[in-house]
Each structure stands twice: as structure tokens, then as C-alpha cells.
Write a protein that binds this ligand. Sequence first.
Ligand code: NDP
Ligand code: OXD
Length: 320
Amino acid sequence: MSAILIAVDGWDPASWARRLGEMLPGHVILQTDDNGVYGSDEDLAGISHLLTWKPRSDLVAKLKNLQVIFSLGAGVDHIIGLEDLPDVPIVRIVDPDLTARMSEYVAWQVLHHHRQGSGFARLQADRHWKELRHPAASDITVGMMGTGVLGQDAASVLRRIGFRTIGWGRREKQLDGMDCFHGDAGLDDFLGLTDILVALLPLTPETKHILNAGLIGKLKKHGPLGGPVLINAGRGGSQVEADINAALRNGMLAGASLDVFETEPLPPGSPLWDAPNLVITPHVAAVSSPRALCLQIAEQIKAFEQGLPLQNLIDLKRGY
Ligand code: NDP
Ligand code: OXD
């Protein structure tokens, strides 16, 4: 019989354990206790399936019979860096509920900058009735950095509103409705056309610190928003926060929205908290319904146990 361990940091695993127990009768389900402890070494040695979000770095080495790892998020950087990672399949979340929520976040932030959300909030605080003008959406090019599951869906929502979209990825790709660029060779051309940059990249050695002053300096300078805007909902490790803070203060960026940070929670002393025209959200862009995600994982576990192939596997060599 399979034994499942739910090992998470910063969430209560109890509702996940209850739901999975209902969906997978007959399975042993262990979870992190209030002190973040998972179980005895003997219990851990019996675990076949690990469901995890930011596990302790020494955990997987104790799972001597592990057969599969499920990331409880779309990203897997919290797993890839673990010590003694065994050679087992790693599955990530690809789920319509998560995807829809990310597209909502991207549309919300793009529209916030397009329709001068911060400017109107300031005017309201001053009880000042004043019209601020905005360009047509069709005059603005949103550059999707990352044209995977999330980048493609968000781009289609933005196009429906009227924005022009272009994309940049690792590999050459053709997508309906957007010109695509790829690799180092395509990056500068992509940036030079981009008014609003939306980063939806996984964190890998190649994407670490990619959102830095050099990159910001290559975004389109004299666009309809008076300067480029950066939105990052991928991973905080892809950004250089000191550079983004400086760019917002010296006008290289007209605005930004960050959902992810180099250190989470963002430390109270970070200068980003009061950087001009920056929207900060606490890694909530696509917080998904545990019900939807548990159902999907339970289906995958059942399929795996019947010898059927797993879906949404990550490629360890590419790192995502
Ligand atoms: P996918 O794997 O479907 O897409 C990743 C995209 O990034 C692909 O287009 C890929 O290129 C591109 N990419 C990866 N490495 C590079 C590189 N070195 N250079 C250029 N492009 C690169 O992932 P998802 O769209 O599902 O998710 C993206 C990320 O969003 C997740 O990894 C996670 O970090 C983050 N996320 C954040 C959430 C939040 O709440 N803030 C919620 C969910 C996810 P190619 O197409 O060529 O493979
Ligand atoms: C994810 C996330 O990867 O929430 O799903 O960041």
C-alpha cells in the first residue's frame, strides 16, 4: 500500500490530508505536525509518495522508498535544490484553476499600470477630482517573458482586452497571436519592443537575477506609458531587487508589480516597500483551491499505481 507524506512550509496540511484521505481510501497519509516534524525515521522510510511545498533540505534523504515527488505548486525550484534528491519522477501542478488565477493577476496588474491605478488612488486620498488620460490598449505591447502554460494563457486574456503581446522563451516556438523570440539571441529585440514586461519564468541557473538593471535598460523607453513597466510573478530569485528599486526611483521604470521576492516574506526593512509606483503582493498571484489541486494529485496517484504514465513531469536537466 502507498504511504503519502504531505510536507509543507507555511501552510496547514490538515485540510489537504483530509481531502486526500477521502479521495484515496486505504492510503496511509502522514503530514507535518505543528513543530514542522514529519514523523519517525521508520515512518519516513515507508513513504512512497511525497507531496511538498518547500520541504526541509534534509527530508528526501530520509525517504528510502520514495517513488514519486509531487510539487504542490507549478514551480519546482523548491525541490530541485534539495540535498540527495533521488532519481524519481517529479510532477508539477498544471491546473486550470491555478492558470486562471494567474491570468487574473496579470490582467489586474497590467490594467493597474495602463489605467494609472496609483495616480487615481493618490487623487482620491487628496479628495481631488481630476482626469488622468490613458493610451489605447492596442498601443501597448506586453512582452511575456516565459511563454509556458501560464504565460500563454495570460497573453490570450490580455489580447482579448486589446493589448498587443509578444513572447520570449528558451526554445523557438510559434504561437497564435504573438510574435515569439527565444534565447540570448532574441532577448534584446524582444525587450526593445516591450512596454510592459511580464515575467513568468521558472527559477533556474539561467534565469537567476535575469531581471536586472542591464535588462531594464533595454526595455522600450519612449512608449505610451512614459516608461517601461515590470511585472514579476515568476520567482523572486529571477530579480535583482536593488536594481528594480533604483530603476523605480530614477525613472528607468515607470512602474512595477512584484508578487515574488528574493527573500519571502519581504523583510520590513526592504526599500521596496515605499518605492514609487510599485505594487507589492505577498506571493498570492495564483493561490489555488486545495480541492482542485487534491483532486488532480489523487487522480495522478491512482494512475501511477495502475502503471499509467504521470502527467506534467519536469525535466531535471532543464530545471523546470
Ligand atoms: P512552464 O514550464 O509551462 O513555462 C516556463 C516558461 O519559461 C517556458 O516558456 C520556458 O521556455 C521559459 N523558460 C524557462 N527557462 C528559460 C530560459 N533560460 N530562457 C528563456 N525562457 C525560459 O511554467 P508555467 O508557465 O506553468 O509557470 C512558470 C513559473 O511561474 C513557475 O515555474 C513558477 O516559478 C511561477 N509561478 C508563480 C506563481 C505565483 O503565485 N507567483 C504561481 C505559479 C507559478 P520554453 O517555452 O522554451 O520551454
Ligand atoms: C507555484 C507558486 O509555483 O505558487 O505554484 O509559486
